[in-house]
Design a protein. Structure first.
Length: 234
């Protein structure tokens, strides 16, 4: 079943988002799993191909598949089938899927990041359509603050894992993220987003302690998200 496949992929490869879906209403979980699984398919192109041209071919395949999906022809792929099953009730815009594909393709083609702003803009281009797809499920308008939260999640993961950021001072990267997040009014963030970010920061803090790293700015993020988390549960 396509819904089970999408849920399994998200649980295996994007556990933080999977945990978040468990706090969402049951009727929304299938749609959330479909979008997170779709996002994973685009994200993993970078790790699956060795030749740039093969990556571009994969992105074009997804671009054409979404076009076909909205024309009423669902190609045989369990993620596409999962999206198709939810389209009866969720009014996703085709442009949001295409924008997300284009953003990941641009990220794929960017081999070097020379500044914090360049990195943030690259990530924000992914976060914006991704947020619109998620907020459509929850029937919320995709606010700039929600985009910042999702971009902040991707940005934090990039600081920790993406080699393109290795030549940029880590403290400057974290400081930039802190400035962005300080623009967020915590009362506008939905409970599931608060849970997600708190969970991520707790995991990263545990990793930092395990590896005997001392990063006071990362600790400050943990405390910020902890406050956010408890504010939204009141």
């Amino acid at each position: 079943m396509s819904q089970d496949y999408c849920a399994d992929q998200v649980m295996r490869h994007d556990y933080e988002h999977y945990v978040m879906t468990l706090f969402a209403p049951r009727k929304q979980r299938g749609a959330l799993w479909a979008i997170y699984a779709f996002n994973l398919e685009l994200k993993k192109v970078k790790t699956l191909v060795r030749e740039p041209m093969m990556g571009l071919v994969r992105f074009q395949w997804w671009r054409d598949a979404i076009t076909q999906l909205y024309a009423g022809n669902t190609l045989r792929h369990q993620v596409l089938e999962g999206i198709s099953a939810e389209l009866k009730n969720i009014h996703w815009q085709e442009n949001d899927f295409q924008d997300l594909i284009n953003a990941y393709e641009n990220d794929f083609e960017t081999t070097e990041i020379h500044s914090i702003d360049e990195g943030w803009n690259l990530i924000n281009a992914i976060a914006a359509p991704f947020t619109r797809l998620i907020e459509t499920i929850e029937k919320n308008p995709a606010s700039d603050q929600s985009v910042i939260i999702n971009a902040g999640y991707i940005f934090l993961q990039s600081i920790l894992e993406d080699s393109r950021f290795k030549n940029i001072d880590r403290l400057l990267l974290v400081s930039q993220l802190e400035k962005k997040l300080n623009l967020v009014n915590t009362k506008t963030i939905c409970k599931t987003q608060a849970i997600l970010m708190y969970y991520i920061m707790r995991r990263n803090l545990s990793s930092m302690v395990k590896n005997k790293q001392n990063n006071p700015l990362l600790l400050s993020f943990y405390l910020w998200y902890k406050r956010l988390f408890f504010n939204r549960l009141q």
